[in-house]
Design a protein around this ligand. Structure first.
Ligand SMILES: [Zn+2]
Length: 209
């Protein structure tokens, strides 16, 4: 029986590396994988999953209107697909997570989803919400805050070095950076940023050293 997996983390936890390693393991055994990534992510080449340690693989792109079930079923009818791997799965819609459940349950192909649990304001992404609700296996890819605690939040830091506490959920490719931190240091950083925004304390870039 195939299963639906959700590998989730804050940023920088090696999600893409883990995805590429899993795909490699299948390919090494002569098994075919399909890799998807969100079209929104233009940090690297389009249609490609790349990891920070230099691995990469071609990927199909998905947008909110992509019919995941149709593409996977079609590919599987051309040549047997043994595993589907999805990067940036937080950008899946509810409908697309339902389609992936259909693939697992009715076509019996395992689906491995990799993505973020929450955005920079601590809210669940839609894809993550339904994967948390419906996946057979939830696996946390851990990363640490500068203080050594487990990082479970993401700070979005502007080009001025000040954490952002407002703005669109999706803003990949801007000048901002994302920093993985623990809950305590997330809350502290946001409180400081709000006081800076109100002019109550001087604007000092966030420093984790
Ligand atoms: Zn911390």
């Amino acid at each position: 029986m195939a299963q639906l997996y959700f590998y989730y983390s804050a940023m920088n936890a090696g999600k893409s590396t883990s995805l590429l390693q899993s795909s490699y393991n299948y390919n090494e055994r002569g098994m075919r994988t399909l890799i998807f990534t969100a079209e929104i992510d233009n940090r690297f080449a389009q249609g490609k999953v790349s990891s920070r340690i230099g691995l990469s693989a071609q990927a199909l792109l998905f947008t909110p209107i992509t019919n995941m079930a149709e593409i996977i079923k079609n590919e599987n009818s051309i040549q047997k697909v043994h595993c589907v791997l999805i990067d940036e799965c937080q950008f899946l819609t509810k409908q697309q997570v339902e389609e992936l459940c259909d693939i697992v349950d009715n076509v019996d192909i395992p689906v491995l989803c990799y993505g973020l649990r929450t955005d920079f304001s601590g809210e669940l992404f839609a894809g993550s919400q339904y994967l948390l609700a419906w996946a057979d296996k939830l696996v946390e890819l851990k990363t640490v805050c500068y203080c050594g605690r487990k990082a479970n939040k993401v700070l979005r830091v502007g080009s001025d070095g000040i954490p952002m506490y407002e703005g669109a959920q999706v803003d990949i490719g801007g000048n901002e950076k994302y920093i993985s931190v623990c809950r305590k240091h997330y809350t502290e950083a946001i409180e400081q940023a709000k006081l800076m925004g109100q002019g109550l304390i001087p604007k000092v870039p966030i420093g984790f050293n």
